[in-house]
Design a protein around this ligand. Structure first.
Ligand code: AMP
Ligand code: MG
Length: 501
């Protein structure tokens, strides 16, 4: 008879706790009435070196529900500020999240393990510290979809139901998400100290970030300028990737911009269906500040807030500091432009940019906007064309009648064909390149909504589980999963997404 080896608990090694007390508040998660597991993420657990046997244990359920403190964990809420819709709020902080601690993976990478929806903290203001089930499932789906698309993002390790009711517009079941991030340090974390005139605080945080995220920059002649440059470049690249998948973040406040360059805060976000450059989903974004085609510019606005906070560290001479910061900010456009061009070249099967590509791309987007073509399916349709040309249609499944090309697109396609025919790369490579840049499956809003409704209204998680499996393999179309690739019917369209806080 074999005896099972006991599960290994995660080991916490929380460097953030070595920072001064004004950076955070120790706070205990509040127990919930009746914790039950909704989902675990075994692939992520493996990457993190977290024992799956532990993750699925009763002990983990109670740790991740906030009922029990994990061994070696001293839960804390982090302090931060932020510009929200352009207005500065000096005091935000984790109002409903607890950092249980940091873990180090078998590869030596360090991650935060954070509970979200785990009860009030000293930063909660009037909030209840809780999260309804819907936003937890939404974040789980969207963040895992983003990871599958290879876009830097926070991840979801687990979700548990609390057995309690959360009061919002309507009463809703509560849940707690376990979120994983390279760190949760935000542009707003820097603003928190800078706006109080706490230069020592800014420096301590910058040194911490250099050590944790950008160790190779420590020995640069101007390490804080190098840090700024790095954050600028990562933000520009990140947003170029969002644009390439039609992703609208919805709430690009500076407290939702991570220094490490990962996407964070899946509140009122969505992948768009029909292409509209002015699309905005968030019900709280009445001016459309965070609409699709504003995202790159808002990215620059946000890193400018970081530059402002870092100014005193960049150079002892104020004028020099300002000039250096300005130069770094000016590079944002070039970083974004280069990253966006790479994204679009990949999507359109071009190995190297050539003159005329930009116009060709612009023309495609104009046609997509004019005919309200589905963003994802339109590009996937081009992958199907590349598959036909590469003559690998036995293994490739076409989206078929899920998309129909208007005449204008067919005319554009001939120009595109001429362009790619001149490209030096083989047709087989072009197909591979395009396939990996153009998903068949995204976490479509109406599908996410259906999954949430089934879970919230009927306690049925099957639609959530099925959708999750689909979006975790976005690039391999299978006709059996066609309904997940389809654009919504007019009556299925979800016009707004809510913060759900
Ligand atoms: P978010 O909109 O999720 O980025 O949150 C903005 C700020 O509000 C952060 O400081 C959150 O911690 C806080 N917050 C959001 N929802 C709640 C809640 N239900 N209870 C307490 N604080 C909250
Ligand atoms: Mg946030």
């Amino acid at each position: 008879m074999s005896t099972q080896t006991p599960a290994t608990r995660p080991q916490f090694d929380t460097t953030f706790a070595s920072l001064p007390e004004r950076f955070y508040s120790y706070a205990q998660p509040i127990s919930v009435a009746n914790a039950s597991a909704i989902i675990h993420n075994p692939e992520l657990a493996q990457e993190l070196g977290i024992d799956l046997q532990w993750l699925t244990s009763d002990e983990a359920l109670h740790v991740l529900a906030g009922n029990q403190t994990a061994m070696g964990s001293a839960p804390m809420a982090q302090a931060y500020a932020g510009h929200q819709f352009g207005r500065f709020n000096p005091q935000l902080g984790d109002g409903r999240a607890h950092l249980l601690g940091e873990i180090v993976t078998p590869n030596g990478a360090r991650f935060d393990l954070q509970l979200k929806g785990s009860g009030p903290t000293p930063y909660s203001r009037r909030g209840d510290g809780r999260s309804p089930l819907g936003p937890v499932l939404r974040e789980y789906l969207l963040s895992e979809a983003m990871a599958a698309l290879k876009v830097p993002t926070t991840r979801s390790l687990a979700a548990v139901a609390t057995g309690e009711t959360v009061m919002r517009q309507n009463p809703a079941p509560g849940a707690v998400l376990t979120r994983i991030a390279p760190s949760h340090i935000r542009v707003g974390s820097f603003e928190y100290f800078a706006m109080q005139g706490d230069e020592a605080g800014v420096k301590t945080l910058a040194d911490y970030c250099l050590k944790r995220h950008f160790a190779t920059l420590i020995d640069k002649p101007q390490p804080y300028l190098a840090l700024l440059n790095e954050v600028i470049e990562r933000q520009a690249k990140l947003i170029a990737q969002w644009q390439g998948f039609g992703f609208i973040h919805g709430v690009m406040n500076t407290d939702n911009v991570l220094i490490c360059g990962a996407t964070v805060d899946y509140g009122p976000c969505a992948f768009m269906d029909d292409f509209d450059p002015d699309k905005v989903f968030s019900s709280i974004d009445q001016q459309g500040r965070y609409r699709y085609n504003q995202q790159p510019g808002i990215g620059q606005w946000n890193v400018t807030r970081l530059a402002q906070a870092l100014l005193p560290l960049i150079h002892t001479n104020d004028e020099k500091a300002l000039a250096d910061a300005q130069e770094a900010l000016n590079n944002y456009a070039a970083h974004y432009g280069a990253a966006y061009q790479r994204v679009m070249s990949n999507k359109l099967g071009m190995s190297k940019p050539q003159t005329g590509d930009q116009e060709l791309t612009q023309e495609l987007f104009s046609i997509m906007a004019e005919h309200k073509l589905d963003f994802t399916l339109c590009f996937r349709y081009l992958v199907d064309q590349a598959a036909i040309q590469a003559a690998i249609d036995e293994t490739h499944q076409s989206i078929g009648d899920a998309f129909s090309a208007p005449d204008e697109l067919l005319a554009w396609q001939q120009k595109w064909q001429l362009r790619v025919d001149k490209d030096p790369q083989t047709k087989a490579l072009r197909y591979e390149q395009m396939k990996l840049a153009n998903p068949a499956f995204i976490a479509r809003n109406h599908q996410v909504e259906l999954a949430i409704r089934a879970a919230e209204d009927q306690g049925d998680y099957q639609p959530f589980y099925r959708l999750l499996e689909v979006v975790k393999a976005p690039f391999n179309y299978q006709s059996a999963l066609k309904k997940y690739a389809l654009a919504p019917m007019p009556q299925e369209v979800v016009a707004h997404t809510f913060c759900g806080t």
